[in-house]
Structures are given as C-alpha cells and as structure tokens.
Design a protein. Structure first.
Length: 275
C-alpha cells in the first residue's frame, strides 16, 4: 500500500508540539533555512509501525553529529513520530524527520510526505539515465542532508529524457546511486553487488538490510561495462523497497525474467516485518 498524499493542513510535529502545517514558523535567520544546514530521514509506516525505526534513528543521529546538529534521543523521537501518526489518524504513511539549524539551536520537524515518485514504475520497472555525480567529497556525500538541489536537478534531467531517475557516475565512470535510491547489480553468477559507501553515496537503510541478510550480497565497485553485462538491476529505498530496473540509457533489461530481484524483495519484506 503506497502512502497517501498529505493535505495542506496536515498535522506536523515541530520540536514536540503538534501544529497544523500552515501554523508552523521557523526563523528566517537560521542556517537551516538560509543555507540548507540540516539532515533528514524518510521512513515507511505500515499498520501504525515505523519500519526500520532503529536503523533510521541511528543514521539520522550519525548524520546530525557529522554536520554539527544535536541528535534526538531514540525513545523521545519514537513518541513524537507516534504523535504525528495519531494526530493525522493514519496507519499507512510515509514520514519525514528533519533536523535543522534554527537560529542557534537544532530544531526537529516531523511531517507526512507523499508517495515516492518512483512508485509509478513499480510494474514496468524503472528507467534510468546516467549523469555526472554531484560535486563534493565522499565524506560529505554519504550524509542525508537537506541540501537536495543536485538531486532534484538530476531527476529533472532524467525525466526530460523520458526516464524515471538519474543514475550518478563518479569521475572514473563508476556507478554511485540514483538521485533517489541505492542501486544493485546481479552478476551472471547470481551475486548481488552494490557500490561501496566510500565512493561517496548514501548508506540506505534498505541497502544495509540487504547486505546483512541476503546471501551473496556485497559491496564492490561497479563500472558501466559491468552494469551493461549485469543479469539484473534493481534500486532500493525505504519507501519503494526493491524496484526492478528496466533500462539504463536505453539498454533494456527483461524485468519479467528476473529471478534474484524478487528473492531480494522477499528478503527485505521479512526484514521489515522483523525490524
């Protein structure tokens, strides 16, 4: 079940207080608004339960510390997430948690968000277009920050070419991730490969679950030649789970013949249920 699109007056939680979205006020002088000094995570809620909450909290906290923000305590954040869900009377949702610099302090905003724009490719498979990766060092690119313009522009470029998302390449022609997801290649031996975080990409929560739980899944540098020779490709994030890739730069993949990707998707579903 995909997340509903929130209404303009949905309830949000700002620093623990429940407010209607139009009532929210943040300082126009803070670096969060003026300079994009913030981090966030997006998680899926199923039957009232935030999926992979512990993993999301751990990554959000690490990202916050890396950029000089105060990380939230786990139990308090869980209570505020549940408050957002109860005020909006939803049990199936997508939820975004933001931490940002707000006039000398770390502020926290919890709000519903709409379904992933990639969800429309669920049946036919995702179509990707390669683009040059964002500027920056691997040490900063591995954090989920609110400075998101490069992601938006890359996706717009891909959509203008009739694709669903952009696939970033580093300067050496090795794949990194898409503008909105991690990517995996299944080689001819059936091994599941994904680029290492050290190349400068986000350590996705679902990506981490696959590396922990699925036999044969490992980190390895993947170039365009290896990508073209892959038996299967799929992308992952917390909202879409596992989504097969049907094409990269016009090179078609037969999604209907995929065998490993559905097994990975089932592995992720089991991990979500147990988390």
């Amino acid at each position: 079940m995909s997340a509903p699109t929130p209404t303009h007056d949905a309830w949000v939680i700002l620093n623990g207080a429940a407010l209607r979205a139009p009532e929210v006020a943040v300082s126009p002088l803070g670096a969060g608004l003026q300079l994009g000094h913030g981090v966030y995570t997006t998680l899926k809620v199923e039957a009232g339960r935030p999926v992979f909450f512990t993993e999301h909290h751990a990554r959000l906290s690490a990202d916050a510390l890396a950029v000089g923000l105060q990380p939230p305590d786990r139990d308090g954040l869980r209570a505020r997430v549940e408050l957002c869900l109860s005020r909006n009377a939803v049990a199936w949702a997508a939820l975004k948690i933001l931490l940002f610099q707000d006039a000398g302090r770390t502020s926290e905003l919890i709000a519903l968000r709409g379904p992933s724009p990639l969800e429309s490719a669920r049946v036919r498979g995702c179509r990707l277009k390669t683009v040059a990766g964002p500027a920056g060092s691997p040490a900063t690119l591995c954090h989920k920050t609110t400075s998101y313009l490069s992601h938006l522009l890359a996706r717009q470029e891909a959509q203008a070419a009739g694709c669903d998302d952009a696939l970033w390449l580093d300067g050496g022609g090795r794949i990194l991730e898409t503008a909105g997801a991690n990517i995996f290649a299944v080689d001819r031996s059936g091994d599941v490969l994904t680029p290492p975080v050290s190349r400068g990409l986000l350590p996705g929560v679902v990506r981490g679950a696959i590396l922990r739980e699925f036999p044969g899944a490992r980190e390895v540098a993947v170039d365009l030649m290896a990508l073209a020779d892959a038996a299967e490709l799929f992308i992952t994030n917390s909202l879409i789970g596992v989504l097969p890739v049907a094409a990269v730069d016009g090179r078609e993949f037969d999604v209907a013949s995929y065998r490993v990707t559905p097994a990975v998707a089932e592995c992720v579903r089991r991990a979500e249920a147990a988390a």
